[in-house]
Design a protein around this ligand. Structure first.
Ligand code: SF4
Ligand code: SF4
Length: 334
């Protein structure tokens, strides 16, 4: 069975189980942030502005594993900060793989080639490399020259060793339909990564650059033009067709923030990966004590321009699972 098929089958089984158990709210994927420190300082980042004593904190392995076990999520995206700065990140990732969680290790790739030996290729493990555009655009986005070349070299080294390699690209107002196509063509056809994730940047209040976050209308225009001519079908995008329709403005959705929750050194972040209105000790406590109706577009102004996958991909996944037509579309990536 191919890796995406194995993963889809597992997620399909997990969704069915939740339906049979009539579980109202459950996680599809946990954004695990075992530290906030990073070796870059990107202009659009809202994660690295904590005081030094917080940036120095490292989540213990047992705490990370216990949180994921308690949540029951089948997928984990290890983010941060820069996860490869955490001295026990390999133990966290490898232990999650042993528990048959599908793990994405998100990295800016600066330390990746040096640390490849600490990990093993597995159907349950994928690198997720941050690449916001072609050389000039990416280096400007991460505010350091040369990072694009480092990331490309790390991707090639990981591929040579048989790792599954995915990418994560965030778009801003600097981008145009052409730059979106250029980077996705490059990742898909030239680097031949396994899958690509895309997202309009979330307007973090703490990010140093507040001038380049996309509004909803701009996001619709950017993606509908970039995807024109059925182009998106030939890209190996790691999203449901319905989430891509949402980016293009063909459908509208409510946010399902409990579907991709965030667990950090502070605990389960309320309500989502992007906003911090307090923390819960367990996933159960998070879902039971958060007033979910307070959040989403039109309810909280911090949500007004959000189209991020952590809020809307779970909505699209649930809509897909309820429709035979959409399930077939998802299987065929149309
Ligand atoms: S690499 Fe990621 S965590 Fe680090 S500064 Fe950039 S956006 Fe923030
Ligand atoms: S719309 Fe949802 S995912 Fe986006 S910021 Fe608001 S609560 Fe978070």
């Amino acid at each position: 069975m191919s890796i995406p098929l194995r993963q889809s089958a597992r997620i399909g089984g997990y969704l069915l189980k939740q339906k049979l158990k009539r579980t109202e709210r459950f996680p599809l994927l946990v954004e695990l942030e075992p530290l906030y420190q990073c070796n870059l300082a990107c202009a659009g980042c809202g994660k690295i502005q904590h005081p030094d004593h917080v940036l120095r904190r490292r989540m213990p392995v047992d705490q990370a594993l216990a949180a994921i076990e308690e949540s029951g999520a089948p997928m984990v995206s290890i983010a941060g900060g820069e996860p490869l700065v955490h001295p026990e990140i390999d133990t966290i990732a490898n232990e999650l793989v042993k528990r048959r969680k599908f793990v994405y290790l998100c990295t800016n790739a600066i330390l990746m080639e040096r640390k490849l030996d600490l990990f093993e290729p597995s159907p349950y493990f994928a690198w997720a490399i941050h690449l916001d555009g072609m050389r000039e655009r990416h280096d400007a986005s991460v505010c350091r020259e040369g990072v694009f070349d480092v990331a490309v070299a790390a991707i090639r080294a990981a591929q040579e060793r048989g790792f599954r390699v995915t990418t994560n690209t965030t778009f801003f107002t600097h981008d145009s339909p052409d730059t979106v196509r250029q980077v996705l063509d490059f990742l898909n056809d030239e680097l031949e990564v396994d899958e690509m994730m895309i997202s309009p940047a979330y307007a973090y209040e703490k990010a140093p650059d507040q001038d380049h976050f996309l509004g909803v209308k701009q996001t619709h225009e950017l993606f509908s033009e970039a995807f024109a001519g059925a182009r998106r079908r030939r890209w190996r995008l790691n999203h449901t067709p319905l989430y891509l329709d949402f980016l293009e403005g063909k459908v509208d959705y409510e946010c399902t923030a409990w579907g991709i929750p965030s667990y950090s050194v502070f605990g389960w972040q309320r309500p989502c990966y992007l906003m911090a209105d307090g923390y819960a000790r367990t996933y159960r406590e998070l879902v039971e004590t958060t007033d979910w109706d307070r959040y989403g577009r039109g309810r909280d102004e911090r949500c007004d321009n959000c189209m991020a996958h952590c809020g809307y991909e779970p909505t699209a996944v649930l809509a897909t699972s309820r429709s035979l037509r959409e399930s077939v579309r998802a299987a065929l990536r149309t």
